[in-house]
Design a protein around this ligand. Structure first.
Ligand code: T5A
Length: 227
């Protein structure tokens, strides 16, 4: 791992939220809309987003690393992120491309830190080493009650098995939701919180307004976070 990361000129947008909140749907929709505007966009995800990180994704989400404990899982997520940043995100940003990532550092802070009770000092130290200056310019938090997100994820999955985290209780997922909201409240400049209960097109429009306002310099009359 290395903290080397001289940045920009591209823009980096991350999507965060609980299971089934609509991150993948809206990350893809936003990438399409940015492309339609003539921007060069890389759509990626975590865990994964580079060949090495996709291998680690398989190990984590299969649940085979769970017996090793939450600290080891945290280190695995960090190893995946290190490869993702070096191989995919940073080169794209340095080339002036826009990067849209489905999950990033806030997922580790919440899943492993707040809910998994891994020492925040370890999480911050791993963040410094793996991410360095490659921080998101904007993080879209799609907020939905845990029961709605889990029901959506279950419908989409069909008869397939729930993954490592989807299999946890509703209380676990409600705690995650609150933890994401708390981080967003502490970092209002980086975060835009979007109510994910609204119909898909409405959510997509609010996300677009946030991007226009925060990154494209388009003034907005409406509050994008309004329900
Ligand atoms: N993780 C990840 C950690 O613990 N630590 C970390 O550091 C990182 C990076 C990743 C897992 O890893 C954990 C978190 C996760 O548990 P994953 O398979 O990538 O696992 O799963 P998730 O990221 O949770 O993504 P999901 O696919 O479960 O949910 P999404 O992406 O939020 O939801 P999406 O877009 O697939 O939508 C779900 C369904 O809802 C519909 C969609 O069409 C889809 O069918 N939908 C809507 N329906 C009605 N109204 C709307 N507004 C809708 N928006 C979407």
């Amino acid at each position: 791992m290395s903290a080397e990361s001289s940045r920009k000129p591209g823009k980096f947008i991350t999507f965060e939220g609980g299971e089934g909140s609509g991150k993948s749907t809206h990350a893809a929709a936003l990438a399409d809309r940015l492309k339609a505007r003539g921007l060069d966009v890389v759509l990626t995800r975590e865990p994964g987003g580079s060949p090495g990180a996709e291998i680690i994704r398989h190990i984590i989400l299969s649940g085979i690393a769970k017996p090793l404990g939450t600290e080891t899982e945290t280190i695995l997520f960090a190893a995946a992120r290190d490869d993702h940043v070096k191989a995919t995100i940073l080169p794209a940003l340095q080339a002036g491309r826009w990067v849209v990532s489905d999950r990033f550092i806030d997922s580790t802070r919440v899943y492993q830190g707040v809910v998994g009770k891994v020492d925040m000092k370890l999480i911050r130290a791993l963040e410094r080493v793996t991410v360095g200056e490659t921080m998101p310019d904007l993080t879209i938090l799609i907020d939905v009650p845990a029961n709605i997100g889990l029901a959506r994820a279950k419908t989409r999955r069909g008869t397939g098995a729930a993954d490592r985290f989807e299999a946890e209780s509703v209380e676990f997922h409600e705690e995650l939701r609150q933890a994401f909201l708390n981080i967003a409240a502490r970092e209002p400049k980086r975060f835009a919180v979007i109510d994910g209960r609204a119909p898909r097109e409405v959510v997509a429009e609010r996300i677009w307004q946030a991007v226009e306002q925060r990154l494209l310099g388009v003034p907005q009359a409406l509050d994008v976070a309004a329900p």
